[in-house]
Design a protein around this ligand. Structure first.
Ligand SMILES: Nc1nc2c(ncn2[C@@H]2O[C@H](COP(=O)(O)OP(=O)(O)OP(=O)(O)O)[C@@H](O)[C@H]2O)c(=O)[nH]1
Ligand SMILES: [Mg+2]
Length: 196
């Protein structure tokens, strides 16, 4: 893992990537975080969208939280574009990643897309010499409000084969979004403590 620490400026930068299939709600997570965090603790939200409101390349938001070894960590939050053909963008965005939030779409007919995206994540992590098994990642089960959503137990059984922390969410209403961010930060920080 490469952790960027600038001791002179007392700065530590960690990169958390929101991954998942197209339309699962990754951009919605960042938009909600941006709307809830005081401007003193966050930068501007950079979103690059197609005309159809789909992420083109990535979204980016920097937030500041807590304390690691006397330093004030900055978390650089990115989303990947979920649409299948943006493979190269996903690889670039995963470079030097420190933690991942996998935003799954809970709707029954999106299960194959969730699994395909998880496999894509594993393959792209492998290119960075990581693997899901030993990497800090958490699972957000989004779109819990929809009638077509599977039960969380069923989603857990199919997607959470590594028993990572899980949060059900309705990102469009903000439910579970800040909890997800907190958990992702905790997982990422404890992994940094283990490896630095
Ligand atoms: N019903 C419902 N809709 C949601 C929820 N979260 C997000 N959405 C909607 O789902 C659509 C897609 O959300 P995005 O956040 O753009 O999805 P994305 O994962 O960034 O998609 P890509 O950028 O294409 O990968 C939008 O219309 C959101 O308003 C949710 O929890 N419930
Ligand atoms: Mg998006």
């Amino acid at each position: 893992m490469i952790v960027f620490i600038n001791w002179a400026q007392k700065e530590i930068n960690l990169k958390i990537v929101y991954y998942g299939p197209g339309l699962s709600g990754k951009t919605t997570n960042l938009e909600y975080i941006y709307s809830q965090i005081s401007p003193a603790c966050r930068g501007e939200l950079v979103t690059l969208k197609t005309r159809e409101e789909r992420t083109l390349y990535f979204d980016f938001l920097q937030v500041e939280f807590g304390n690691i070894k006397g330093l004030r960590p900055k978390f650089n939050l990115y989303t990947i574009p979920g649409q299948i053909y943006y493979t190269e963008s996903r690889r670039i965005i995963l470079r030097s990643v420190d933690g991942v939030v996998f935003v799954a779409d809970s709707q029954r007919d999106r299960m194959d897309d969730n699994l395909e995206s998880l496999l894509d994540l594993e393959q792209n992590l492998n290119r960075e010499d990581h693997s899901l098994e030993y990497f800090p990642w958490i699972l957000q089960l989004n779109k819990q409000d929809l009638a077509s959503a599977s039960a969380t137990a069923e989603l857990q059984e199919k997607l959470n084969f590594l028993n990572v922390p899980t949060i059900p969410a309705i990102a469009s209403r903000g439910a579970g979004v800040l909890e997800t961010l907190k958990l992702a930060i905790q997982s990422t920080i404890s992994h940094v403590h283990e490896t630095v």
